[in-house]
Design a protein. Structure first.
Lengths: 201, 296
């Protein structure tokens, strides 16, 4: 079991390739649509972000959270579809110095380029595996931008052996999903043509 | 003694909880089968998915953080004592379940993007009601459906000349294009015939059928098997990492069509196809259970 600790160093990033499985120890910050939009507005207008993200891992996730005895608890957490963050992620990587993006599903060329230019990786966590993900969260360290609502706020979480995280974009310019998608598209027409032969309705 | 409205509401909250924490046995069995068929990354992900299903049910935590938009498939007797209160019962249970379980608030106003915070709003939760003549019973199937798996879904009205073949081509194209982001292995629901909304409703209801159970219409049953094989040939695999199992099953429901149209719809579910049932019998006895396509 390969474990990576935050803050993540460039050497760690460079040691990883698409298809590798890793586990994360340290801090994860959640950020989805609204947090990305706001962070980029802040950066554009020269405003400081509420936390330093250099070397950190962000996760595209909107948790179910609950306040119990004055303390925040994560009830369930898992990745959301990452392609929604594609318009922002390249800029976000450049401006914040994050080293790892955790999500699910495809991300595009902007992210792929930023990952190789600024040395970062995109890894997926099995979609929908929220109950087990929660078990690897040690505690909620803090929450920022709660005015965006519970799912959209930035949750700063301490995690232990969080994974499996499967590297889908590495710092060498490879995007594993693009390769799989190419393969799927190559076969799609052939399979569509089979409809004529195999279906008699 | 016949149960009170309060106890029916409570039972419904329990059914909602069952739906979000317990994966129905048919879906679990099919995921286990997929685990034995796959290797490499796909197998590693399936292992996490199966472990997750176990932990969620043992610890009573939602198995996916996206507890979905709630849909209720209701069969209510015309003599059900609280028939006048049925909408109120469903709405109250939704609000209370959101707070008590808790569920993620997922109802967003399309005009101002404000989340209502309690999973209710215009036309949500989604309610489908069928009447049972001369009965005092109530049956509610809860299906919380996540947002990620909605992207391949589509509804179109074709011409009869384009035929079922064109409908099936559309299904394959949509899945090839979008299913990677839908947390595969997916379950595919297809509706053919009726109007475009009727086809959509059938596609959605097709997800309530037990996995592996074929249509009672021979030609449609064969079509289901053919489509399952073709979709799996795409090789999308678990979570899109490539592999043998892209879909766990394909269910097709049909309606008669207008002479001039052939409506079709596709409704995709992620692997976390969650369903539960709450039933109040004729004599008022309440039962709650996970739902694998058979009434209790």
């Amino acid at each position: 079991m390969r474990i990576i600790c935050t803050p993540i160093k460039d050497d760690d990033v460079l040691s990883l390739h698409v298809g590798d499985i890793v586990y994360l120890k340290g801090k994860i910050v959640t950020a989805r649509d609204a947090a990305h939009r706001r962070a980029l507005e802040y950066i554009k207008s020269g405003k400081k972000l509420p936390l330093d993200l250099r070397g950190m891992a962000i996760m595209h996730a909107g948790p179910v959270a609950m306040r119990r005895n004055g303390r925040w608890e994560i009830v369930a957490i898992g990745p959301t579809s990452s392609y929604r963050m594609e318009p922002y992620e390249g800029e976000f990587i450049k401006a914040t110095g994050i080293k790892m993006i955790i999500g699910k599903g495809m991300m595009g060329n902007k992210t792929t380029k930023a990952c190789s230019k600024y040395k970062a990786i995109y890894a997926i966590y099995p979609g929908g595996a929220a109950a087990i993900a929660k078990k690897n969260i040690v505690r909620v360290i803090d929450v920022k931008w709660l005015d965006l609502g519970i799912p959209e706020a930035m949750w700063i979480l301490e995690v232990n052996n969080f994974g499996p995280l499967i590297v889908m974009i590495d710092a060498y310019g490879r995007n594993y999903y693009n390769e799989i998608m190419k393969h799927i598209m190559k076969h799609t027409n052939r399979i569509i043509n089979k409809v004529d032969k195999e279906i008699n309705l | 003694m016949y149960p009170s409205i309060e106890s029916i509401e409570k039972a419904l909250i329990k059914a909602i909880e069952t739906a979000v924490v317990e994966l129905p046995s048919d879906v679990r069995e099919y995921l286990e089968k997929a685990y034995h068929k796959e290797e490499g990354l796909a197998k590693a992900i399936l292992k996490t998915i199966l472990d997750n299903v176990k932990v969620a049910s043992e610890e009573r935590t939602p198995l996916c953080q996206d507890t979905g938009l709630l849909s209720y498939y209701v069969r209510v007797g015309t003599k059900f004592p609280y028939i006048d209160h049925i909408y109120e019962i469903l709405r109250n249970a939704t609000i209370r379940a959101t707070k008590e379980i808790p569920l993620r608030p997922n109802a967003v106003n399309v005009v101002n993007n404000v989340n209502s915070g309690d999973n209710t709003g215009y036309y949500v939760p989604i309610i489908d009601i069928e009447l049972i003549p001369n009965s005092r019973s109530l049956e509610v199937i809860v299906m919380p459906k996540g947002g990620g798996s909605e992207s391949p879904s589509i509804s179109k009205v074709l011409t009869p000349a384009q035929g079922i073949k064109e409908a099936m081509r559309i299904v394959i194209k949509q899945i090839a294009m979008y299913a990677i982001n839908s947390c595969p292995p997916i379950v595919v629901g297809i509706g053919i015939g009726g109007t475009f909304d009727c086809a959509s409703q059938l596609a959605r209801k097709a997800l309530l059928r037990r996995l592996g159970r074929r249509s009672s219409i021979k030609e449609i049953a064969e079509l289901e098997v053919t489509m399952l094989n073709l979709i799996n040939e795409l090789g999308i695999g678990v979570q899109g990492v490539g592999g043998r199992v892209t879909a766990l099953d394909v269910h097709i429901e049909i309606a008669h069509r207008h002479p001039a149209t052939l409506a079709m719809a596709l409704c995709v579910s992620c692997w976390a196809l969650r369903r539960a049932i709450m039933k109040v019998n004729e004599d008022g006895e309440i039962k709650i259970s996970s739902y694998s396509g058979d009434t209790i």
